[in-house]
Design a protein around this ligand. Sequence first.
Ligand code: NDP
Length: 246
Amino acid sequence: MSKLKGKVALVTGASRGIGAAIAKRLSADGANVAITYAKDATAASAVVKAIEANGGKAVAIQADAADAAAVKNAVEKAVATLGPLDILVNNAGTAIPKKFEDTTLEELDRVIDINIRGVFVTTQAALKHMNDGGRIIIIGSCVGERMMTPGLVPYSATKGAVKMFAQGLSREVGSRGITVNNIQPGPIDTDLNPAAGDWASPQKAATALNRYGHVDEVAALVAFVAGPESSYITGANLTVDGGTNA
Ligand code: NDP
């Protein structure tokens, strides 16, 4: 497949989990891919090596999504290495599951800084270097629209915020042919949300398919939205949640 041949993509938080699957899939579809990560340089380097082993081109850049200066530098480095951007996937995100009343100010700030401010800062930096006809994709969550379990109050609020961010921004960049879409996964088996974890049973039960999703099932939707066939989809919230929000 080469529907993204010649395109340049930046995927944040892509050393593991959903982000790593997205980076590999965009590369398999022909894109050159820059990835960011927060801590695990070895894991990020393994993603780059896997892409290169399949004949792709990739670069890994350390940048905590909560650090605005680091994020801006990462975008500049990605562009300097691979060229102007065609695709931005704002994937970096985190959750600190606990009762809202027990959540500390530091924990609130961390979730907000990564899941909202990080998306804003990354997108602003990327837009300066994005070709017309580009694609901005945000990895929100099905809990940004509906909530069925306790313990994720600030997290779900941040995912609701990026939903409206995508809708609002789509109105500003449409004149350049740039689309902005929010992809909302349901429970996906990763380190953040292991299918075998304590939190898994109610999440699995809430799906219509009675199972967790696989990272590749999210990456497949991202690849479609990043590709030429999605040209008339913008400001949309697309769930890939096994029917959780049905
Ligand atoms: P993981 O925790 O499994 O992986 C997170 C990835 O993001 C790692 O590569 C990690 O790099 C990186 N990362 C973490 N914090 C930061 C940061 N501050 N700055 C930059 N990179 C960072 O998460 P998932 O793959 O499960 O989640 C990815 C996205 O999908 C998130 O936005 C999450 O909210 C969303 N999502 C996930 C769902 C799920 O069920 N898994 C469901 C719905 C949405 P490093 O190892 O270097 O820290």
